[in-house]
Design a binder for this molecule. Structure first.
Ligand SMILES: C[S@@+](CC[C@H](N)C(=O)[O-])C[C@H]1O[C@@H](n2cnc3c(N)ncnc32)[C@H](O)[C@@H]1O
Ligand code: SF4
Length: 387
């Protein structure tokens, strides 16, 4: 066994929410209560046993945690965990000897109506320095149609709080909502209001649901959604936000360091039910089971890794460097021929050896990947640089 590989990013999934929104597919449940108080013991014990299993797995694969550079508490609704959660995490990290770099980006997801002043202070005390707020819409009709449990005032109160704290915070915002056409949703007006609270980052998601979704027949058509997406991209760029990833916008220097780890195909550890981790050098992806401290492991082939790498590079404005990605001229030429078609359709731009998608291209990401599948013979994967 050679030198241990360091793991410096960790995602933890908190699996509880106050209310289960009817469009949501993430793993979550309403916590048990005792005397009107939420109980988190079962999550705490799962975290404990999962950590032990994870330690064993990391050792087998020759990895160890170094001081963390990024830590992301997602969910579910981790802000609901409250002071008890912050204290639990502090002790957990101490016991497990998990330490944070001084400038570690530590993000906590926060839902309107599921936080208290005291809990936010306690989370800041353990190092949280970035918040991701689940705002989704700033119009009470759409909050209701979306089945959000909090109201319009909760949303304003939350934005106001983070503005007053002068925090580094991101806002999750959704497009393609039911009734958008009937009620003529004005997303730019909603976003203009949100920007008054000075978020440094916006994540923009298009609502994705299954066919049994309660408002399935009230969803806007693809053309409406495309128009909304392109309109918002243009607007946010005009307000100083770079469209730096398919669904993400940031003012300079405020890109999500944690998410960039995924997009750059770097290793990220994971804990908590349904959380997914990736060990780059070992070429392993693993996903935690829901009720037991076990995960499903996937060993990735060269082909899978190569295609994922291309997919990830094209997701961000870092773009794909043709010469760095494809070793052989044959592969470079095949790829560039396809890219020429993309540029003619305004889906991509080429700058020297670098190919970057436009917002219109981001919208068609999946079909562009199919294009790539279709042009490359199997042997081409031998020609790709994988690290
Ligand atoms: C992991 S979720 C948790 C965030 C938080 N619990 C909340 O609801 O505000 C992160 C984000 O994914 C987005 N999201 C959730 N369900 C979605 C869906 N069905 N389609 C598209 N985006 C979704 C929302 O914008 C949400 O804020
Ligand atoms: S609060 Fe967030 S994670 Fe929880 S059910 Fe709603 S959308 Fe899903």
């Amino acid at each position: 066994m050679g030198k241990k590989r360091n793991l410096s990013s960790l995602y933890i999934h908190f699996p509880h929410c106050r209310h289960l929104c009817n469009y949501c597919d993430f793993y979550k449940s309403i916590p048990q209560t005792e005397d009107g108080q939420y109980q988190y013991e079962s999550f705490h014990s799962l975290l404990e046993s999962s950590f032990e299993r994870h330690e064993q797995f990391l050792a087998e694969e020759n990895y160890q945690f170094s001081k963390l550079k990024t830590l992301y508490m997602g969910g579910g609704t981790p802000s609901l965990w409250g002071i008890e959660g912050a204290n639990h995490l502090r002790q957990f990290f101490q016991r497990k000897q998990i330490y944070l770099e001084e400038d570690c980006e530590f993000t906590l997801e926060v839902n309107p109506g599921s936080w208290t002043d005291e809990a936010l202070e306690a989370f800041k005390d353990i190092g949280v320095n970035r918040f991701s707020l689940g705002i989704q819409a700033l119009d009470s009709r759409f909050l209701k149609a979306l089945d959000r449990v909090h109201n319009f005032d909760d949303v304003h109160k939350t934005l106001q709080k983070f503005n007053e704290m002068k925090s580094n915070f991101s806002v999750d915002f959704m497009l393609g909502l039911p009734f958008s056409k009937e009620w003529n949703r004005d997303v730019l007006k909603e976003l203009e209001e949100i920007l008054k609270y000075e978020p440094s980052h916006i994540s923009l998601y298009i609502l994705t649901v299954k066919e049994h979704y309660v408002h399935y027949d009230k969803l806007p058509d693809d053309e409406w959604i495309e128009n909304e997406f392109l309109k918002v991209s243009e607007y946010l760029q005009s307000r100083g936000f770079a469209h730096y990833e398919v669904s993400n916008f940031a003012i300079k220097g405020k890109e999500s360091k944690h998410n960039l780890q995924y997009w750059k195909s770097q290793s990220v550890g994971a804990l908590g039910p349904s959380a997914t981790g990736f060990l780059k050098e070992a070429r392993i992806r693993y996903k935690w089971k829901i009720n037991s401290p076990e995960f499903v492991r996937e060993d990735l082939t060269n082909e899978e890794l190569a295609l994922e790498h291309i997919y990830m590079l094209l997701r961000t404005n870092l773009g794909l460097n043709v010469k760095d990605t494809f070793l052989h001229e044959e592969a470079q030429n095949l790829f560039l021929k396809k890219v020429k078609e993309w540029t003619e359709r305004e889906l991509a731009t080429v700058n020297g050896d670098k190919v970057t998608l436009t917002p219109k291209g981001y919208l068609l990401m999946d079909s562009l990947m199919d294009d790539i599948f279709s042009i490359f013979p199997e042997s081409i994967y031998q020609n790709l640089i994988l690290d």
